[in-house]
Design a protein around this ligand. Structure first.
Ligand code: NAD
Length: 275
């Protein structure tokens, strides 16, 4: 079955399941993304700071898939925030990816102590007007950061990409985003392997009941909660496993039991502390 698409607040749409390349070795990125495209992924999530945009670009070019079938996201790193610096960083990312346009460009972190995310967002609005990026969004923005964009700029972000897995669901940020039609992208959807999620009865129970793996149960939970999700793996068999989640459904009680695992267990630093 095809991957469902999520409608964004700017009229564009995004494949709900994609492939993330955080910590994918730049030297192996071309091969790994080629594997992902062969498995069926069409949505790739990278960032300047991952250092592997060129490998992503080579894999996309080699695939001979049409540009319209692909959905590519990259992110502006913190030290490129500003106006001209954002324009320059965008040009370089597009160049490394070998693309004529980008599907989604994100401010990677708010870095509130630098206080440049409002200025940077105004630069993003101009990039979108240029047509070289179709959708613009943010990452790791909490409700107060989003509120400032509402108060001081014109365009509502299409997405907020935040750390989100059963142990850290950020209910306040998610509710605020929903209220303003901002789609939630869940990064670290499997908890980056830092929690024993795959051993919890709330996850192993449905895995046995549906004949699926614990990872597939967690991904399925994200999809049914409406999150956009792009789990990462270097291993082709796991890429295929993570993609094979459209032939079953969790029932309401199963979804609720996983949602009830929330315990503010973040894997990263607090967004106000990242610079
Ligand atoms: P993840 O939760 O996807 O975990 C990845 C790890 O889970 C892998 O390294 C692997 O060890 C394990 N894994 C994957 N599939 C598995 C399976 N089927 N069975 C068992 N183990 C499995 O963590 P992530 O890579 O950090 O997050 C996904 C993507 O989110 C990233 O690649 C990146 O694109 C994005 N991201 C964004 C930010 C941000 O600040 N915006 C931060 C981190 C990640």
């Amino acid at each position: 079955p095809p991957v469902p698409r999520i409608q964004l607040n700017d009229g564009n749409s995004i494949p709900q399941l994609g492939f993330g390349v955080f910590k994918v070795d730049p030297k192996q990125t071309e091969r790994i993304v080629t594997d992902a495209l062969e498995v069926g992924y069409r949505h790739i999530d990278t960032a300047r700071i991952y250092g592997n945009e060129e490998g992503v670009g080579r894999a996309l070019a080699d695939s001979r898939l049409s540009r319209e079938e692909l959905f590519v996201t990259t992110k502006l790193w913190n030290d490129d925030q500003g106006t001209q610096s954002a324009f320059d960083a965008f040009d370089r990312s597009l160049d490394r990816l070998g693309l004529e346009y980008l599907d989604l460009y994100l401010i990677h972190w708010p870095t509130p102590r630098n206080d440049r995310y409002v200025e940077t967002w105004k630069a993003f609005e101009r990039l979108r007007e240029s047509g070289r990026v179709r959708s613009i969004g943010v990452s790791n923005f909490l409700a107060p950061h989003l509120q400032r964009l509402f108060d001081e700029t014109d365009v509502v972000p299409a997405v907020d990409q935040i750390e989100l897995h059963p142990y850290h669901q950020q209910p306040e940020t998610a509710a605020f985003a929903e209220e303003h039609a901002i789609a939630i992208e869940a990064w670290g959807p499997l908890g980056q392997g830092k929690y024993p999620l795959f051993e919890l009865p709330e996850i192993t129970g449905p895995a046995e009941a549906h004949g699926k793996t614990p990872a597939q149960i967690v991904i399925r939970w994200h999809l049914q909660r409406g999150h956009i999700v792009f789990p990462k793996s270097n291993r082709r068999e796991r890429m295929a496993e993570n993609f094979d989640v459209f032939d079953f459904e969790l029932d309401e009680a199963e979804v609720r039991a996983i949602t009830d695992l929330e315990r503010e267990g973040r894997v990263s630093a607090h967004p106000d502390e990242v610079h």
